[in-house]
Write a protein that binds this ligand. Structure first.
Ligand code: KIV
Length: 287
């Protein structure tokens, strides 16, 4: 890849403190909230500056999800992700995006212990990355923490339904389909709304449950494996472009990046072996 990245065309990569390039307005938390019931909110995960740059023109929100543990670092789940991982990738995404709202996930173990610990870690994420909000998993039990953070200047996106950080207590990644479990998820969504979350991710629930929550809460609902009637949708970028081998039911592949990359690597290997690369046009001439 060229070291003179196209990202630099949009100033933000060099200095996030300068704000959006002229003529570009950054989506704010109030702008995002105002879209409740309106034009669907387009959200994707992003972990790197270049992907953030690619998504920035068309997305409303980029989430630096802790799914980066599995997608980028090859972990079996998200439990091993650290605050340092989130900060490093958060910095990269903030450098690459000057229009979208950038939200960074709080990793497992960084917010559950107490409201004070949550504030200490979340404020570190905001200070060190320049992101605009954090996301944390949990409903009723995390509502006091969400209230504590949002009243102290840190907007919080909540996450209910299937919560990957609770995989050990839930017995795996299990979608909430059984109607007997719906009330708990509705209670969770209402609790985070009342606590001041500016939006809520609803993951892995039966579509009618997501529809009910979307109707009953006043904040935007962002679905993943939920329902087309949510106020917005989010997918993991690498799932969506076809870079991950596993395709869960809720993922639609909009691209075939893995095949393209395999073909490119294969051709490169062949050309190195038969010495057709580098060609004349890729070598420096004598002065
Ligand atoms: O970590 C993540 O990527 C997420 C999204 C799937 C919502 O939480």
């Amino acid at each position: 890849m060229s070291t003179r990245s196209t990202i630099s065309k949009k100033a933000a990569i060099t200095d996030p403190d300068q704000g959006p390039a002229p003529g570009r307005k950054r989506m704010t938390v109030p702008d995002f909230m105002a879209r409740k019931g309106g034009e669907p909110l387009v959200c994707l995960t992003s972990y790197t500056a270049h992907v953030a740059h690619i998504c920035d023109d068309v997305c409303d929100l980029l989430l630096v999800g802790d799914s980066l543990g599995m997608v980028i670092h090859g972990m079996p789940n998200t439990l091993g992700v650290t605050l340092e991982h989130m900060i490093m990738h958060g910095q990269a995404v903030v450098r690459g995006a000057d229009k979208t709202l950038v939200v960074v996930d709080m990793p497992f173990g960084s917010f559950e212990e107490s409201q004070e610990v949550a504030f200490r870690n979340a404020s570190r994420v905001v200070k060190e990355t320049g992101c605009h909000a954090v996301k944390l998993e949990g409903g009723v039990e995390m509502a006091p923490t969400i209230r504590y953070l949002s009243r102290r200047g840190i907007p919080v996106m909540a996450h209910v339904g299937l919560m990957p950080q609770s995989m050990n207590t839930m017995g795996g990644f299990k979608a909430v389909r059984d109607e007997a479990l719906w009330d708990r998820v509705i209670e969770d969504a209402k609790a985070v709304e009342a606590a001041g979350a500016f939006a809520v991710v609803i993951e892995g629930v039966a579509a009618p449950l997501a529809d009910r929550i979307t109707e009953e809460v006043s904040i935007p609902t962002i679905g993943i494996g939920a329902s087309a009637r949510c106020d917005g949708q989010i997918l993991v970028f690498e799932d969506m472009v076809g870079l991950m081998p596993r395709v869960p039911t809720f993922v639609k592949r909009y691209g075939t990046m893995e095949e393209m990359m395999r073909a490119a690597v294969g051709q490169y290997a062949q050309e190195v072996r038969d010495r057709s690369f580098p060609g004349d046009e890729h070598t420096y001439k004598k002065k």
